[in-house]
Structure formats: structure tokens, C-alpha cells
Design a binder for this molecule. Sequence first.
Ligand code: A3P
Length: 322
Amino acid sequence: TEESLPTDQEFHHDLVSSLPLEEGMSPVRLRKYQGVWMSEYFLVGTMNAQRYFKARPTDILLASYPKCGTTWLKALAFATMTRIRHSFACHPLHRLNPHECVPLLDEISGSLESLSEIDTASDPRLISTHLPFSLLPESIKGCGCRLIYVCREPKDTLVSRWHYHGKIVTNMGKSEVIPFEKMFDMFCDDIMPSGSIWEHVLGYWNEKTQTPGRVLFLKYEEMLEDPMGALTRLAEFMGCPFTEEELRVGVPAEIVNLCSFGNLRDLAVQQNRRISPGGIMTTESYYRKGAVGDWRNHLSPEMAEKLDQITATKLQGTGLTL
Ligand code: A3P
């Protein structure tokens, strides 16, 4: 009932402060919840989502480990799903960051008001999450809704995370940036926001193999190589494939261009204002290089070999490569 909700909130806050704490990634505080290190900021939202979120079979959930291409996937999926409603000349993505177009379940569920807003949103709902599959609300696991997962090569993901962390530090008015070597060790030990990158990707990969047709698996590197191919698969999977007429007038190319790194970054830089999470990040923080292989500028050959070795061991026999 409505009356019981505030009590649940207090219960959540008490529970959060009782969880194991890791401060090595300061100012981001990590807590171990249900076996996974998570950013403390998202924990009440995660608990609320687990408890109250009601998934629908028509939902489309965009899932990713942070820094694997979430922003891009959100832009592409949003532009594809709403293409009948919005003209490319005057598009919401010209004004809004993709994160403002597709809500992050783990964040907005922190407010029960926002959670009830999603509850009343019309079908089909486009929602995103950084939760590992194991922590998803049971209603998502059980309702058969479609999942779109984007993954990325772990070394590049780590490099992207380290730079992003530097922005968090600056934006929060702090000065101490974690040395890259320290974040490398934490990454190898699964002590990162959203936990282990390998467990994360395998959770969704297992769901893909166990439930054919439920998960579309995209790789950041393949999207960069062939954005049109990725967009075509995305539109088909979302149940709104491009029509012959749309192909003839070049709608897919319009979407790819609208959502390209250069275009979105320029729009973000022009606006540069504070957005989520928690009003800490700025619109431009989500765009850095948008390229493959930047790990070469940050990892020693020994570090690269160590990470590659972990990846090979974790993915052995799964049929997945990263
Ligand atoms: P780099 O830091 O390597 O440049 P997320 O969106 O999950 O936070 O991931 C951020 C990464 O995606 C960053 O990688 C960012 O530059 C890149 N990125 C953001 N928008 C992109 C786009 N439209 N196309 C390609 N890469 C994009």
C-alpha cells in the first residue's frame, strides 16, 4: 500500500549502509549487493526496481556494462522506435542527451515518483539498465520482454571507464584521480560499478543461448565497423524493420548520421549542461574518442596480456569472443 512505501525506503537506506563498502574508487563508493559490487548511488534504485518494477512483454530493455556503448545504443534505439513521430530536421536528440530519452531503470527507480511514471508510460517502453542479469527484477526475467545487449572489448572498456572516472572526480570538485594501475587491478578483481565485466556479459549471453530470440547481442566494435548493419538488426529485433520506401529515401542513413559520434558529441558540446547521474555529469562527458584500440595508449604489454588471459579463461567454451 501507499503507506508502506516510505518505510520500505528507510529500510533500503539502512540496508545500503550495512553492505560491504569499497572506497578505492573514491568519490564513487562501491557496495557489494547480492554478490556484485555496485555504485552506492544506484542501490536504492536497484532495490526499488527489484521490488516494484512491473515489466511488460512489450518492453524493450537496453542492457550494458557501463562504458560499452550505452549512449550510442540509446540514441539508435530511440531514433528508430520514434521515427514516425519525429522529423530529422527537428529531432529530440538535437536538444536532449540520449540518456534523457531512454531512462536508466537503476537510477530513476531511486524515486518512487519516477517509477510510477514509467508504470503508466504507454507501450512499447524503451528502458535501459546497467544491472547484471542476475540482479534484474524478477518481472523482467520472467515476462519474456526483449533485451538488447551491447558489449565491448574489456581493455577499451576499462580505458573508457578510467577517463570517465576522471570526469566524475572533476565534476564533483575533487582532485585525486585514481591511478590507472589501481583501476586496472580493481577491474581484474571485479571491483567495479556493475561488478565483473565478464560475469555481466556472460549473464546476458547465457540468456541469449537459453532463450532463443529474446536477446539481441551487439558488439561496440562491430557497430563501429558497420553501423548500418547494426541498425538494420536493431530495427528488425525491435519489431519495426525499415520498409522499402524508408530504405529508398535513406531513413537508416539519416538515423546513423544523427546518432554518429561526431554529431552527438558536437550537439553535447554546444549545450554542455549537467545531466544524470545525479546531475554530476555533463552532456559532453559521454563522448570522448569513440574508437577501437585506445587501450594501446594506456596498458603495458604485460597488463594487456593479463586482461586478455582473464577474458580468454572466462569466455572459454561459451562461444562468445570479445
Ligand atoms: P571512449 O571513452 O572509448 O571514447 P557509454 O555510453 O556506455 O557510457 O560508453 C561510452 C563510450 O562510448 C565512450 O568511449 C564514448 O566516446 C563512446 N560513444 C558515445 N557515443 C558514441 C557514438 N555515438 N558512437 C560511437 N561511440 C560513442
